[in-house]
Design a protein around this ligand. Structure first.
Ligand SMILES: NC(=O)c1ccc[n+]([C@@H]2O[C@H](COP(=O)([O-])OP(=O)(O)OC[C@H]3O[C@@H](n4cnc5c(N)ncnc54)[C@H](OP(=O)(O)O)[C@@H]3O)[C@@H](O)[C@H]2O)c1
Length: 288
């Protein structure tokens, strides 16, 4: 089975590559430099030459604040890039796996979001990701794609992984203030990759939410990590309004992943257990 990965150097891309290789897929990983998904002819050439059974799109424009300014780039990657992949998938009969985000939701709900809840993004990044979903659903029928909404993804990209950012801050500072009014479900990139492959092997199709089970505020997550690290500094809760950012973020965007659990007939590990495994992998200088 041939599996092509875009954005293969991102935190999810790396884990998909490892997990797919472990399971015996013939894997074709493409980094951003090797395949720019906004370049329709490059996408078409790669898909035509390799004829992959599955394409896993791990490429995205993920800089939430920068997206407010760099609107054109964010749109090109998160909407047009997805359309290019969907068109090539349709033409060559490849099954397309794509990822979206909890930031498609406004955060006004007080219980975890399910697949049937209506998106209403607050920021431009969320808007482009939602438009990307719509493009995917327009070009392909549900039997031709797997769309996974993930939230607060953490892995080995220091630019986007909250635990890695926190580790850096804890080395540089004695006092940290972290917001306690943004709540969601952390998603370990390793688990997202593992469950993606499990879903593929069960022929799952259409839209799913996937995150580690449970939810927490950024402050609770930071407290959990800093305690494990025996950090000697002081941690204080803060409010989003204390740190004005160009992009507004939803206050409550936890995802309800029960549909994945029902299809696979198994439980998804909690965010605490997943964070522990990630910290252990850092300590041992390896990844799972
Ligand atoms: N990170 C999160 O907290 C989070 C939360 C919710 C949803 N998600 C979604 O989860 C998916 C995976 O994200 P991630 O956490 O693995 O992000 P990541 O580590 O930032 O990986 C994204 C990768 O896409 C590449 N890329 C950017 N523009 C590209 C283009 N035009 N063509 C090809 N590759 C391009 C990036 O390369 P460069 O670094 O060279 O630009 C990077 O390697 C994305 O769909 C994202 O929207 C992420």
């Amino acid at each position: 089975m041939k599996l092509l990965i875009t954005g293969s150097q991102g935190q999810l891309g790396k884990e998909i590559q490892k997990e797919a290789e472990k399971r015996g897929y013939q894997v074709y990983p493409f980094s951003h430099e090797e395949l720019d998904i906004t370049n329709i002819s490059a996408v078409e050439t790669a898909v035509q030459e390799l004829e992959p059974d599955i394409i896993v799109n791990c490429a995205a424009y993920n800089q939430v604040d920068q997206a407010e300014k760099e609107r054109e780039t964010a749109w090109k990657v998160n909407v047009e890039g997805v359309e290019n992949l969907a068109l090539s998938s349709r033409r060559h009969g490849s099954f397309l796996v794509h990822y979206s985000t909890d930031y498609v939701f406004s955060g006004n709900q007080n219980h975890p979001y399910r697949e049937e809840d209506l998106p209403s993004p607050l920021n431009y990044y969320g808007k482009t990701k939602w438009e990307g979903e719509k493009v995917l659903e327009k070009v392909l029928s549900p039997s031709q794609f797997l769309l996974l909404r993930v939230s607060w993804v953490f892995g080995n990209n220091p630019k986007v992984s909250f635990p890695l950012k926190l580790l850096q801050w804890s080395r540089e500072k004695q006092t940290l203030r972290i917001v306690d009014d943004q709540i969601s479900s952390p998603t370990y990139a390793y688990d997202a990759a593992y469950f993606t492959l499990e879903l593929l092997e069960k022929d799952a199709q259409g839209l799913f939410h996937f995150a580690n089970s449970g939810y927490c505020s950024r402050y609770q997550w930071a407290k959990f990590i800093l305690e494990k690290l025996n950090w000697r500094g002081q941690l204080f809760p803060a409010k989003s309004s204390d740190f004005p950012t160009p992009a507004q973020r939803p206050l409550f965007s936890a995802l309800d992943s029960r549909k994945v659990e029902t299809v696979l007939k198994r439980k998804i590990p909690s965010w605490e257990e997943a964070t522990d495994r990630f910290l252990l992998s850092l300590k041992e200088g390896k990844n799972e």
